[in-house]
Structures are given as structure tokens and as C-alpha cells.
Design a protein around this ligand. Structure first.
Ligand SMILES: Cc1ncc(COP(=O)(O)O)c(C=O)c1O
Length: 439
């Protein structure tokens, strides 16, 4: 147990999310390190920020949470109480929503696999809004709707094939996601639209696209909307009038990670005028949906680890911590830098600091830059990784048979509560096959 009385009372961190050093050390003493710490107020604030970004839109605007970014039940419950929609990709995510007290009515189901069994399962569980992205998927959805005997509001996922400046791109040259607008084959948005408009059990709802994640130049959205508008007007000329009730512009809102990136307001300023013109040109006050995983969750969460060793090697000081990329996968996969700081900081030394994790893998070296504050790293001190709420906790791996750590939450009342218990070694042993060993 760390004696918190010896820790300074200074406040850690920049930006909005602040925990006192005393709070961080006290939680480390109680729960051990590493641990994730989520701030409920920040999750809620992020919903407001997106809504404000689109406040000038003429029609209805809805935020959807992409559950893939963080499916912790406390996080889901927080967003559910905000009354936002959920973007889901797997039946098990739907079960998480339902078990967390959410409703299937708030779900937009966007599958990658689009199988009959999957569609049947989610329709039976109450989903009524589905995004299709292939002709086979459409046939499966139609069959599932007939089997379950329900009408499904059907969206078509298009791939507008625009250039995207982002950490992860999913449009130009990436045929995995969405349909091309045109083309003589079955797998085109035009062909699928024609089919949906005449399919019993399906009701055409609108269009969806998703361009990528951490999109730092919003002009790709403008380009995609322009292409979509042309497609809608052209399809109406060929197929007759059809209503477009919803347009979903997907995710991709960027997170600062210590750098300057466009805000939702910047994105809104760039495209809301264009979307309002689209309302005029297609003659409908459609519902606009922006999905977000990263922006809604990243800044809400820190990972708190501890320095366990230091070593000089050449001109460098190697700082070993008790976390690793098994907790922050993108630091190895994408060489993604999460802003790091030593708590409390100390005096700058001339030695270059190399921050390394506890995994026996040369990839387990954290990317750091001048944005990170590593001065004063000594055994026993805490090391804080910021903005880690998206695509991290959901990818925790038990490398070296390490149980998954605690996820704690500062709730709306300011109390620190457990949002996920630490996994115990014996339960990990059983899950990994220990309970399959013959006696
Ligand atoms: C269809 C869809 N919508 C939204 C998102 C969320 O993206 P982000 O976390 O960048 O907002 C994703 C992420 O992969 C996605 O595939």
C-alpha cells in the first residue's frame, strides 16, 4: 500500500479530465496497478459536444454510440441514459446492450458478415433497423424478416470511394465496407436499393457510410455527401420517388491525443450547410445520424501503471512499467502515441527516457514524443496514459497469462466505483482450458 500522505496534492494532467495525484495513488493502493479509470462526466460531455457541433442542422440530429469502442456495461449504461442510439456489429453486442438495460429500439445493426442466422437472432431480440452492405446480405435480411415476421427499416451502406486522411481509412480502395453506388452487378447500392424498395418485409430507411477512424481532415465527409446527393437524385430519376428518412455519416470524429485536431463543431461548420442544402434538394427533413466510438470514449479514460524498474543503457534511461501493449494494443499495432505522464513529475534529466512495458516482446516499447512528460520516472511512481478509453479495454489480452486489470469509474456523484473486476488467475486458468484437464 502506498502511503498517500507522502504524495503531493497537485492535480495531474491537462485538458478536462483531472484526477488528483492523491486519488490516483489511493486507488493504486486499494486496487493495485495497472488499472483503467473512466470518468462518467466526460462520457456525457462528449455527447453534448457532438450534439452542439450539429445544432444548426434543420432536421433531427441523433448521436449513435459505436459500442465496439468500449463495451463495458457501465459505459453502455451511461450512454443509454443519455438517450442516444447504438451502432452494433455483432449479436453479442446486442446482448450487452440489453443486459445493461438498453433497448433494441435504439439499435442500428451494421454487420460485416450479414448472415441469415445473425439477422434472425437480432430481429428476434427486437432490432428493427438494419444496415445492409451486400446483395447477399440483403437476401439474408429479407429471409430473416419473413421468418421472424417483422418489417425491417433497411439502410444501405454505401462506400463513396473518397480519399480519407485518417489513422484508419475505410473508403477509397477498401472494398470490405459498403457498396459502390453504381455498376451493373448485384452488389451495387443502386441494385440493392431497387430490390429494397420492392421487398416485402423491408422498408427503405436511408443511407449510411463510414469513412474511417481518427479523421483529421473533414473534407472527405463533404465529398461523400456530394456523391450521395447525386446518387439519390439520379436514382429517383430512374426508380421514381422514394423517401430518404435517415442519413448516417458514420464515425471518425478525431480525438486530440495531445495534438490539435478538428472538433465536432469544426466538422459541423464544414458540412451542416451542405446537409441543409441536401434537405432542400431531396425535399425531406431526414434524420441525420453521426456514429462515434473513439470521440465519445477516448478522453474519458486513463490507464494508471507503475514504474517497476529503471536501467541505464548507453545514453538512455529505460523505464519499465507494469503495463504493456496487451492493455494498449494500438501502441504496438499502429505505433499510436497516447499522451503519457509521470505522476508526480520530476526534474528533467539529460538522459533520453525509453518507456517499456512488461511483455517479453521487442514491440513492447511505448511511442513517446515531446507531448509526453516522462521526467522523474523512478520505481514506485505512477505513469498515466491519457485518452485510452477507445479500442483498448475491449482488446485487453492475457499475454503471459496475465489477468485483465480493474476498470474503475468516477461516477456522476464523484465516487470511485468498480466498473469491471480484475480477473483472477484461477478464472483465467479455467477459461484458458484449465477446466478441461482430465482429473
Ligand atoms: C460502421 C462504423 N461506424 C462507426 C465507427 C466508429 O468509428 P470511430 O470510433 O472512429 O468514431 C466504426 C468503427 O470502426 C464503424 O465501423
Amino acid at each position: 500500500m502506498v502511503d498517500t500522505r507522502t504524495q503531493p496534492e497537485s492535480r495531474s494532467g491537462v485538458a478536462a479530465l483531472r484526477f488528483s495525484d492523491k486519488e490516483l495513488y489511493s486507488l493504486a493502493g486499494k486496487y493495485g496497478t495497472p488499472y483503467f479509470l473512466v470518468d462518467e462526466a466526460t462520457l456525457r460531455k462528449k455527447v453534448r459536444e457532438i450534439e452542439q457541433g450539429f445544432s444548426e442542422f434543420k432536421g433531427v440530429f441523433r448521436v449513435a454510440y459505436s459500442v465496439k469502442a468500449n463495451f463495458n456495461p457501465s459505459v453502455i449504461r451511461t450512454f443509454s441514459s443519455e438517450g442516444i442510439l447504438f451502432d452494433l456489429t455483432a449479436p453479442s453486442e446486442l446482448q450487452f446492450i440489453l443486459m445493461s438495460g438498453g433497448s433494441a429500439e435504439e439499435v442500428m445493426y451494421t454487420s460485416i458478415t450479414e448472415t441469415l442466422a445473425e439477422y434472425e437472432e437480432v430481429l428476434r431480440l427486437g432490432v428493427r433497423k438494419v444496415v445492409v452492405a451486400s446483395y447477399n446480405g440483403l437476401l439474408n435480411l429479407q429471409e430473416a424478416a419473413n421468418k421472424v415476421n417483422v418489417t425491417v427499416m433497411t439502410m444501405i451502406r454505401v462506400n463513396p470511394e473518397v480519399h480519407v486522411h485518417a489513422e484508419l481509412r475505410g473508403s477509397m480502395g477498401h472494398g470490405k465496407f459498403g457498396l459502390q453506388f453504381n455498376g451493373g452487378r448485384e452488389d451495387s447500392a443502386y441494385h440493392v436499393l431497387k430490390k429494397v424498395l420492392n421487398a416485402p418485409g423491408l422498408k427503405f430507411e436511408g443511407f449510411h457510410f463510414h469513412l474511417g477512424s481518427q479523421i483529421e481532415d473533414p473534407s472527405c465527409y463533404a465529398e461523400a455527401i456530394e456523391k450521395l446527393e447525386a446518387f439519390i437524385l439520379d436514382s429517383r430519376r430512374q426508380l421514381g420517388d422514394f423517401a430518404v428518412k435517415t442519413i448516417d455519416i458514420g464515425g471518425g470524429l478525431p480525438v486530440s491525443y495531445g495534438r490539435k485536431v478538428p472538433s465536432p463543431k469544426d466538422l459541423g461548420n464544414k458540412i451542416v450547410g451542405q446537409l441543409n442544402s441536401l434537405v432542400e434538394s431531396i425535399g425531406e427533413k431526414f434524420t441525420l445520424v453521426a456514429e462515434s466510438g473513439r470521440f465519445l470514449t477516448a478522453e474519458s479514460t486513463v490507464l494508471v501503471s507503475r514504474v517497476v524498474n529503471v536501467k541505464s543503457f548507453g545514453e538512455s534511461k529505460y523505464v519499465y512499467i507494469d503495463a504493456g501493449y496487451h492493455l494498449l494494443l494500438d501502441s504496438a499495432l499502429l505505433r499510436h502515441e497516447y499522451p503519457v505522464e509521470v505522476v508526480p513529475g520530476g526534474r528533467q534529466s539529460p538522459q533520453k527516457v525509453v518507456l517499456v512495458g512488461r511483455l517479453c516482446d521487442p514491440l513492447d516499447v511505448f511511442p513517446t514524443s515531446s507531448r509526453s512528460r516522462l521526467a522523474g520516472a523512478e520505481p514506485g511512481k505512477l505513469v498515466l496514459f491519457r485518452d485510452v478509453g477507445a479500442y483498448t479495454i475491449v482488446m485487453n489480452m492475457p499475454f503471459h497469462s496475465q489477468p485483465r486489470p480493474y476498470v474503475l469509474m468516477r461516477n456522476g456523484q464523484g465516487s470511485f466505483v468498480v466498473a469491471r473486476k480484475r480477473q483472477e488467475v484461477d478464472s483465467l486458468f479455467a477459461e484458458e482450458g484449465g477446466d478441461c484437464l482430465p482429473n
